[in-house]
Design a protein around this ligand. Structure first.
Ligand code: SF4
Length: 144
């Protein structure tokens, strides 16, 4: 199977005796067969290796007043930059972002950005960054 040049070899997985790959990034512990994706849709088994197909592929950015976020008295009056990708490892029936969380990366007009791009943008608009990092853990680590 052909990989997109933007796919990133994932971390936190291991091969199993069944030939499937065990993803250990979140407690779902998906066993993923060749060509399949996990429950989150953005970790995929390609030629026996697990790839993060959402790495550096945010579906959008939002700049908000920090008071809109669940942060109590954290730099009041400042801004906050949020972003996320397609896919999610949860399956909440009340999800307000279901059009992104249950989409596959190809369904959305995802951007291409590097961790450096995100840091530059946050500095430019002088905002803090809000991440819910589990689905983009490697990207989040690379922001540091
Ligand atoms: S939902 Fe995604 S991150 Fe969680 S175990 Fe499955 S493939 Fe891995």
């Amino acid at each position: 199977m052909k990989t997109d040049s933007n796919y990133k070899l994932a971390q936190w997985w291991e091969p199993t005796d069944s030939g499937k790959l065990l993803c250990t990034l979140c407690p779902r512990y998906c066993k993923i067969g060749e060509g399949q994706a996990g429950f989150c849709f953005i970790r995929q088994n390609i030629d026996g290796k697990l790839y993060s197909i959402g790495y550096g592929r945010p579906t959008g950015f939002a700049i908000d007043p920090i008071e809109k976020k669940p942060l109590h008295h954290f730099y009041p009056g400042s801004g906050i930059l949020s972003f996320g990708t397609a896919g999610c490892n949860l399956g909440c029936k009340f999800c307000q972002n279901w059009s992104m969380s249950k989409a596959k990366i190809d369904d959305l007009k995802a951007l291409h950005v590097s961790p450096e791009d995100v840091v530059k943008l946050a500095k430019k608009i002088m905002s803090h960054l809000l991440l819910i990092p589990i689905m983009i853990l490697l990207f989040s680590v690379n922001l540091l």
